[in-house]
Design a protein around this ligand. Structure first.
Ligand SMILES: Cc1ncc(COP(=O)(O)O)c(C=O)c1O
Length: 428
């Protein structure tokens, strides 16, 4: 059926030698593995068939077949002038999203597909894996909504991750789904621990790594079967595109030796029928954003750390506006394991604990009012963009504690953000 197109195989790991003009061409030219920063800028170069440095945006939904009737093969439409930029119909593959996927595959470390949103990716993942049971903890409530939809269709049973009796109900082929770090608190979960659990139970392990994009965490180091992201957050990075991402562990992704399609081709085929692909503008914006992924994420995470450290020291001091109003702060850096250099947490997040944290105020009313006192933080949902956001989380998550404010740090100067928060607390 769909695509043995080289273009839709953008995310597939390199298999040929340096003479190939495909995804491995760049790596073959260097004696050491290229850095994440370089790959973010160049991993899609092999697809580029134009002299323009910035990628063009293609809005076409359909692509001309060859004029030579002898070349016509169903669902193959290889353009000899652009073998890696060859397409049939944009519900299958399209130029801008293909380039976005090529960069994502390189930085995440596994063949990658994009979807129209994070939840569309989560839905596609569960349709593909089709478990009878899924163990999931707290975290982003939207994923629980997707599970409810699937329960209606297939009877999928939702189990509680933190409940050992529930975990014991899992059987072969079921899914353990871990979100780490967690929305909205920014606290992390131990992937090595859950990989072991999944292996004991014969289950698959999937991870929502939205809150810790590269270079903060590499879930494939822990043998995760599928890594999922809301690409709307850090990959998009500018609060202007919706995207979902599934990256497949390379050994699952590849076709089998006897020619059976691997997970990558199967997911591409299922996406053709789900129809939940990204639009071309979003794909184009995604490529633009990936160029600066490392710069943004490292800066955002370091600034969040400065602010968490400052808030924590104010709380410890017991005096001043912060100590008067704040009940507690939550962030992976404040988990006890963060202080131990040999802990699972420090191994799992060696480059920083992420740009999102939560502040619990002592009073619901103050939590509701603090955003209105700030100048640099927008009061809005979502996260991961260059603009700092704060959200009285009760606005979009009805299950959330009404004293909680979720903070997503952008790329502004952290001292300015500190002053803004301080004057906001004082104004209350
Ligand atoms: C952890 C997490 N996963 C998934 C999603 C859903 O992503 P999207 O809004 O792109 O559908 C979100 C959105 O906030 C999220 O925070």
């Amino acid at each position: 059926m769909s695509s043995a197109n080289p273009a839709t195989a953008a995310g597939v790991p390199p298999t040929t030698s340096g003479s190939d003009k495909g995804p491995n061409q760049l790596a073959a030219a260097f004696s050491r593995e290229l850095s994440l920063a370089s790959r973010s800028v160049h991993a899609d170069d092999y697809i580029n068939n134009h002299r323009a440095v910035a990628p063009p945006m293609h809005v076409s939904t359909t692509f001309r077949y060859s004029n030579n009737p002898d070349d016509l093969v169903p669902w193959h439409n290889t353009d000899p002038a652009a073998p890696y930029d060859s397409h049939v119909y944009s519900r299958d593959s399209a130029p801008n999203t293909t380039r976005f996927e090529a960069i994502l595959a390189s930085v995440i470390g596994g063949p990658t597909l994009t979807y129209s949103s994070g939840l569309a990716a989560f839905y596609a993942m569960l349709v593909f894996l089709n478990p009878k049971r899924i163990a999931i903890g707290g975290g982003y409530h939207g994923c629980h909504g997707v599970i409810q939809l699937l329960s209606k269709l297939s009877g999928l049973e939702q189990l509680e991750l933190e409940d050992d009796a529930d975990l014991a109900k899992l059987q072969k082929g079921d899914v353990i789904h871990i979100e780490t770090p967690l929305n909205p608190t920014g606290e992390a979960r131990d992937l090595a621990y859950y990989r072991k659990k999944a292996d004991e139970l014969g289950c698959l392990l999937t991870v929502d790594a939205t809150f810790a994009p590269p270079p903060l965490m590499d879930p494939f180091q822990y043998g995760v079967d599928i890594v999922m992201h809301s690409g709307t957050k850090y990959f998009g990075g500018h609060s202007d595109l919706l995207s979902g991402v599934l990256s497949i562990r390379p050994d699952h992704a590849a076709d089998t030796e006897d020619g059976k399609p691997g997970w990558y081709k199967q997911l591409v085929e299922e996406r053709l029928f789900l129809g939940s692909v990204m639009g071309s503008l979003e794909g184009w914006l995604g490529v633009r954003s990936m160029r600066t992924l490392e710069l943004r994420v490292m800066r955002q995470s370091a600034s969040a750390q400065q602010l968490v450290d400052w808030l924590s020291s104010e709380l410890k001091s017991g005096t001043g506006a912060v100590a008067d109003l704040v009940l507690k702060v939550q962030h992976a850096s404040l988990q006890p394991e963060a202080a131990d250099a040999n802990s699972w947490l420090r191994k799992q997040m060696p480059n920083g604990f992420g740009p999102v944290f939560s502040i619990y105020l002592k009073s619901e009313e103050d939590a509701k009012r603090l955003p209105s006192k700030l100048h640099l933080f927008h009061h809005a949902t979502s996260l991961g963009g260059v603009e700092s956001l704060i959200e009285w989380r009760a606005m979009s998550d009805l299950t959330c504690d009404k004293r909680l404010l979720r903070v997503s740090i952008g790329v502004e100067g952290w001292e300015d953000l500190k002053e803004d928060l301080l004057q906001g607390f004082r104004a209350l």
